[in-house]
Unconditional design. Structure first.
Length: 134
C-alpha cells in the first residue's frame, strides 16, 4: 500500500496516506500480496465505508496493473456496488443546498430585472442591409 502512496503527489498523496491508515485495512495490511485471497477482501468489505471500498478496489487494480498478481483476487462482478447515503438535500441536481439561502428566491427576479433594464438601456442596433446575413 505504501508503494502506491509514493506515486501520488500533493493533495492526492495526502488523501491516499489517510485512506490506507483506515482501520479496515488492518485486516490485510501485513499480508504479502501473493498470499492475499478473496476471503481476506470479503472480511474487509463489510466493515468498511464506501470510501474504503473504493480505495481497496483502486489498490487491487494497481497491484494487477503492476503485474504483482497473475489474476484478480476478487473478480469484477464480486465487488459490492458502492452504496452512497442519501444526501440531505436530495439526489437530483436541481435541488441544491443554495435554495436554503434566504435570498435565493429573489435571485431569479433580480437577474430578470437586470436583463430587462439592460435591454432598455442598450437596445440591439437594427441590422442594416449591409450586415444582413442573407
Amino acid at each position: 500500500m505504501e508503494e502506491l502512496v509514493k506515486n501520488k503527489q500533493g493533495k492526492w498523496g495526502e488523501r491516499w496516506g489517510r485512506a490506507i491508515k483506515e482501520k479496515p485495512f488492518d485486516l490485510i495490511r501485513d499480508l504479502p500480496i501473493i498470499e492475499t485471497h478473496a476471503e481476506h477482501f470479503l472480511k474487509v468489505l463489510p466493515v468498511s465505508t464506501v470510501s474504503t471500498n473504493v480505495y481497496l478496489r483502486r489498490i487491487h487494480n494497481f497491484v494487477l496493473d503492476m503485474g504483482w498478481l497473475p489474476c484478480p483476487i476478487l473478480p469484477k462482478r464480486q465487488w459490492p456496488a458502492a452504496r452512497y447515503k442519501e444526501k440531505p438535500w436530495g439526489s437530483s441536481r436541481s435541488s441544491c443546498r443554495c435554495k436554503s439561502h434566504p435570498t435565493f428566491n429573489s435571485w431569479p427576479m433580480s437577474w430578470k430585472a437586470a436583463l430587462v433594464s439592460s435591454a432598455i438601456a442598450n437596445p440591439w442596433p437594427p441590422l442594416s442591409e449591409s450586415t444582413s446575413p442573407t
